[in-house]
Design a protein around this ligand. Sequence first.
Ligand code: ASP
Length: 316
Amino acid sequence: MGKIALAIHGGCGVMAKLDLSETDWAEARRDLGLSLKAGWAVLSAGGTALDAVEAAVVVMEDSPHFNAGYGAALNTDGKHELDASIMDGRNLEAGGVTLVRRIRNPIKAARKIMEAGDAILLGGDAADAFAAASGLDMVEPDYFTTERRVNALAAMKAHAAAGTAAKASESEKHGTVGAVALDAEGHLAAATSTGGYNNKPAGRIGDTPIVGAGTYARDGVCAVSGTGKGEYFMRYAVGHEVASRVDYLGESLEQASGKLIMEDLKSHDIGAGLVAVGADGSIAAPYNTDGMFRGWVTSEGKFFVATHDEVFALPA
Ligand code: ASP
């Protein structure tokens, strides 16, 4: 069996340490651990990277602690419009959904679209209808709403009214979840899911469902999942750019992803982060904010999760 690797993120919209209770932090770390366990169970049983990233993302979509699925951000109309995508590094097949409102796990719909093998990206009501017809779990839109996101929307609206939107905390602004994996056959995959950012314009589509921007995977090179102000991930085609730097310039994953997050995106003063896994099993998880919900498993099967600088080892 070849080397396997897994890394996840729960967004770079991490609160200041004091904004959450110790219980909240512990629960967020627990859910990151559960996500890693779900993905690792697939990989260690010889399953595909594609199944692993989907399984890991589903756990975070179902957790209220991250901005995706249950607990997703609200747009300026107080509605949820969710985005997700998945990519298979084996053959560059991909699927995505955008502006969906009723699919409990948008990443599952992205996978179904990929498997249908024609369109890569479906949006809005048609995407919801496709998911329902595919037999996926459908929910009422208010299923996704949590008190934290209602408060974040109010805070963002207050910032907008006062002209202080740029000063909003990263957690008030955004978040996303994602996973990248290398399987025992040497294949790579990436998956990303988000509610976008709080108070986003109705109909706004971010980088998360856009292959090459928020999500990218190519066998022999790397798999990437991003979080942060999506407009800049699209402008820099971040996922594809990281892969290109690794492939064409021979940079390490750490160098290539660090260049994008710590130099290019940082130069615009926007919060950003990503997780990436290389064809050799290397892992990078740079972020330019105060923190990023993240986790990874070493090839020896050791689990680690983190929110800020401190890294927590989890019992196996
Ligand atoms: N990238 C997401 C978007 O722009 C948001 C985030 O990750 O913070 O929709």
